[in-house]
Write a protein that binds this ligand. Sequence first.
Ligand code: F3S
Length: 399
Amino acid sequence: MRLKLTSEEKDMLDGKQGRSTQKSMEILTTLGEIFDAECMIEVYSVQIAGVSYANLGEAGLEFLGEMAEDGKVRVLTTLNPAGMDRENWQALGIEKEFAINQNRAIDTFAKMGIITTCSCTPYLIGNAPHFGQHIAWAESSAVCYSNSVIGARTNREGGPSALAAALTGKTPKYGYHLDKNRHGQVLIEVKVPVKGTDEFGVLGKIIGDKLVELGKKIPYITGISSATVEELKSFCASVATYGGTALFHMEGITPEYNMYPKPRDDIFEINQDNLNKTRSDLIDDDIEIDFVSIGCPHASIHEIATIASLLKGNKVNKEFWITTARPTKRIADEAGYSKIIEDAGAKFAADTCCVVAPIKGRFKGIMVDSAKACYYGRAKNKFKVKIGTIKECVKEATI
Ligand code: F3S
């Protein structure tokens, strides 16, 4: 075995620091051996996914309960969205039994010292690593954002490996933690202006689909002159969903784009026709929209301000959710945006989202500004879907 452990890590593995720490180190050393890691590294923070009771079930809760018996996190650890808004679940139509079970899961995470923020945008609410820092995150959109936009380093962790990293403060050094695995593999030349969260999501689907076709993982993208945080988070969610991408480089935008050689062998161009065709793939025929949701990934305060300005003085006529992190909702409360949005009849769904909430089959057609939400709206919740700009989504909700 190549994996070398420090004396502290050996003590963890031998059970000298408690049963949960031992179990965690067993998980991490197994991973390290499979991926031929030389050693463990310390992580700055952890993001845990698979938080919804709908994903966990009783088997997942049992595992968590065992880990929580003597386990305490050693680094900053945050949670992905849960299956409901913890304060407002009744107004969103969530069953009481589900709410009780969801709270059991969140309380178990809290017992281990995990911050129960329940958001897929931890980087917007304080779990914000800097360039080059090693982290252990689950949640594909956040992994892609942290690796690519921030330049932090993480593999796509699963639920157990992320929890194990939190309880030990370590992760095996392999994959995206190493320079040699961070080079761009295919050159994507974007020959058309791209703007808005919806269009960046469409671009993410085109690139993701192409990567799957080519069997490549890391695109090097040129031709994007500017991109906001919101556009990049939408792009990350989409390219991770459709292409399994955990890292991309974008010339002039992301911090590592000029650290490695530009790929020259595989070159793919994206033009207006590609954008139009893929957008139309994200709009189902004969859709009857009875649900609008913005905030996949979780809405930033900037997006909430935009929604408030569009809704001011209007009334919504359809179920309309704004999904966001609770700390972001609190800022919206203080800024007066929440009152405008709620007076219009729209609802905040903090801590959760239109994908992880147990709403399968409850609506016929959903309109979103997110290509990722289109994918899961169809695949998981069996809705017809339509993508549009934030402005078009708000307009649809108020018709
Ligand atoms: Fe986040 Fe839910 Fe979308 S977890 S990325 S809002 S599917």
